[in-house]
Design a protein around this ligand. Sequence first.
Ligand code: URA
Length: 227
Amino acid sequence: MKVEFGSAPVTEKIIQACLRRSEGYDLEGFLLGQGAIPAKIMFVGEAPGATEIVEGRPFTGQAGKVLEQYLEKLGLTRQDIYISSAVRSRPFKDKVVAGASEGTIPRISRSNRTPTKNEVLAHAPILDFEIEYVQPQVIVPMGNIGLHRLIGSHETISSLHGKAIEGPVLQLEDPEDPISGYVFGERSYSIFPLYHPAAVIYNRSLEEVIDRDLTALRNFLAVKNNS
Ligand code: URA
């Protein structure tokens, strides 16, 4: 089978639908997922940050460096997998840092933030499409935002990380309906949750557990490839 590298050729219609659905939210830019098509493994993160929006490529900031380490431990490269996220724009938060009280033009500092549930729902059409198009067998949600987008929010990454769950993933019931909610799709996947690469930047004590999870995922993929 021929494997291409790039972004799933999402139609302008899907992008426009996501932009329309997210009108009024503090989101900027729009970045497609990237990787092998088709890919056996798809990683699903949270949302791009400032660096990714500038570079036009997922996971190129600090978290991207950690993701590269994940891939190295898994014996994989970006050419072997597809990387996407629950939200495809950068959720931001603006803060006035100087100037407002001095009668000068206020200086604003813009930072990344976690996407809200509504923002994730607004961008659902594109992740649904990418999953359909990339046809992964294994989906690796990284962090709670990706995990909850795929299986709902009844469990957290701290209880599900490092082991496979077999089952369907959530998708929009009716992508044409702007108020549609999620339903589970028909296809079953191996879902293997991991901590988000940014988690270890803030909490070094996760290093050991992430290491164990990556070994478990590597073994799981080896067994899956041989079956
Ligand atoms: N975090 C994500 O979830 N995705 C990116 O592209 C970058 C950081």
